[in-house]
Design a protein around this ligand. Structure first.
Ligand code: EPU
Length: 337
């Protein structure tokens, strides 16, 4: 393990914006973390844990230590119909999904092709096409920076909610996730609740998909809707879908009858941020080096040479428009550094 100085992060964030880290280290094991934080100077420095860099926007250089998690390791334990799969934090998320699909370990196929790493997946409780990480999460191991000890977090400890967990709120910055255990199943029950899935299965003449077919359909939907970060810099959905009180929603609905929305628990409604942004005429707009994606207004893109600050300013313009038209304050899903 070697601590490097002045390292460019351009290839380590999916927006592809230029930024540098004063100090940078690759971590391959829990032991590496224990050794790293013996150094009081490094321990007290501003710190950023980086996985796949798919959910962050660098608006400036990082004046501190970037801890790049590369911990590997994969093992499955089968108990009856349950599969307990332990995966190192540095594994690429979609590699894990493919491994599960190949081995008929069911549960994460709807999360196919999400960019990012295993270690980051619980932090924001990643979700897509009717499945959230919390549905397949069993537990995780995390390194406590202040004590150097490993703590095991159960699902309850993580306090998951929509794109949120304890690692983003009360315990933010205190722990580094090193390994996640997933609870999967040998019995495949396709979750095709999402309209676009049934539509695509219909086009392919598939009635009841097998796990591979479902994963392929999900990947196809993502590819047609979302820009590929290896060619057009982006971080997926830039904002969260806002959850508002039902009473507020009803007032909006009387004014905007076709407002796209989803149930969000008793007394609340989740509104499509993509729809709100599109109604403000931002869909597919190019402004300087940035803009929104032509097929999905919720995704902000780097058209080539955008700086992080330019993308950030652009996102502020969107927030202002949506707020003045609908009285809804969009919250960024992407971490701003
Ligand atoms: N819509 C529009 N205009 C747009 C985009 C969406 O009108 O430009 C409306 C359409 O009616 C569409 C509906 O919103 O049918 C839902 O759109 P979509 O299926 O693309 O889902 P989303 O709510 O915009 C969320 C997640 C995505 C996830 C998809 C599919 C959030 C913030 N985003 O997007 O996650 O892939 O559902 O489940 O919850 C991510 O987090 O990075 C991400 C891509």
């Amino acid at each position: 393990m070697q601590v490097l100085k002045n390292i460019s992060l351009k290839t380590l964030n999916t927006f592809g914006v230029e930024a540098s880290a004063d100090y940078f280290v690759d971590i391959e094991s829990e032991q590496d973390l224990q050794e790293l934080f013996i150094d009081e100077n490094l321990k007290n420095m501003p710190r950023l844990v980086l996985g796949g860099g798919s959910n962050m926007l660098f608006t400036k250089n990082f004046e501190g230590l970037v801890v790049h998690l590369k911990i590997q390791g994969l093992s499955a334990e089968i108990e009856g119909d349950n599969v307990f799969l332990r995966a190192g934090a540095g594994i690429v998320w979609n590699d894990l999904v493919n491994y599960c699909v190949e081995n008929d370990y069911a549960g994460m196929e709807n999360l196919s092709l999400i960019p990012g790493s295993v270690g980051a997946s619980p932090v924001q409780n990643i979700g897509a096409y009717g499945v959230e990480l919390q549905d397949i999460f069993h537990s995780c191991r995390a390194f406590e920076i202040s004590t150097g000890k490993i703590r095991v977090f159960t699902k309850e400890d993580c306090a998951f909610s929509y794109r949120d967990s304890v690692f983003k709120s009360s315990l933010k910055g205190l722990y580094i996730i090193t390994e996640v255990t997933f609870k999967l199943s040998k019995i495949f029950k396709p979750n095709v609740s999402y309209g676009a899935i049934t539509e695509e299965l219909g086009k392919r003449g598939i009635n009841v998909p097998n796990i591979k077919q479902l994963s392929q359909v999900i990947s196809h939907i993502r590819v047609t809707k979302l820009p590929d970060p290896t060619t057009i810099g982006n971080a997926g959905s830039f904002f969260k879908n806002p959850i508002i009180a039902e009473s507020t929603f009803n007032k909006l609905k009387s004014q905007f009858a076709d407002i796209v929305h989803f149930p969000a628990g008793e007394g609340y409604v989740k509104v499509s941020a993509g729809w709100l942004i599109e109604q403000c005429d931002w869909k597919g707009k190019v402004v300087g080096n940035t803009g929104t994606w032509k097929n999905q207004a919720l995704v902000l893109v780097n058209h080539g040479h955008a700086t992080g600050d330019e993308i950030f300013q652009f996102s502020s313009s969107i927030i202002d428009s949506v707020n003045s038209k609908f009285g809804i304050l969009l919250e960024r899903e992407v971490n701003i550094i």
